[in-house]
Design a protein around this ligand. Structure first.
Ligand code: 4NP
Length: 161
């Protein structure tokens, strides 16, 4: 069976979406869903294409036992046809992605990560780029909680195919 394809998207693809990629992979492994999912990440901007994840993102991930081997890439409109679900980290990413969608039905397949969180205090994963270690820790925690909800949704989507 072809895997269910999820695209995680932030602005630069060096902080939030690579962190979400790493977290979702580990959660999928733990749930026995890894082979049913193809998890990828990209940025709406192209400034960091080819770069590894931000060193603060790498540090916080490795302190929490997450693996990540990453080279940043930019989201391409052709990815819409090639993915089952596109997941934005914040409202700005969502707006930028919807501008790139070829039609209204595709626009509906773009969601916010924190929509999958049971009781979010905000729908944005805040951009930690100009923050410090504490912001990166907070973002990792937010991503872990939201990805747990996302994985539940993915599990349902896989089973109802
Ligand atoms: P990300 O964070 O979108 O979570 O990867 C950022 C990375 C780089 C920039 C902004 C946000 N930047 O302005 O270069």
């Amino acid at each position: 069976m072809t895997p269910y394809r999820v695209q995680l998207v932030c602005l630069g693809n060096i902080c939030r979406s690579p962190m979400a990629e790493s977290v979702l992979r580990r959660q999928a492994d733990a749930a026995g869903l890894r082979r049913q999912l193809a998890i990828d990440s990209a940025g709406t901007g192209g400034w960091h294409v080819g770069d590894p994840a931000d060193r603060r993102a790498r540090a916080v991930l490795s302190q929490h036992g997450y693996a990540l081997d990453h080279a940043a890439k930019q989201f391409q409109p052709a990815m819409f046809a090639d993915r089952d679900l596109v997941v934005a980290m914040d409202a700005e990413n969502l707006r930028d992605l919807r501008r790139l969608t070829p039609d209204k039905s595709t626009a509906g397949s773009v969601r916010l990560l924190r929509e999958f969180e049971p009781d979010p205090d905000s729908l944005d994963v805040p951009d930690p780029y100009y923050g410090g270690r504490e912001e990166f820790e907070g973002v990792l925690h937010t991503i872990e909680v939201a990805c747990t909800g996302l994985l539940g949704h993915l599990n349902d989507a896989i089973r109802s195919r």
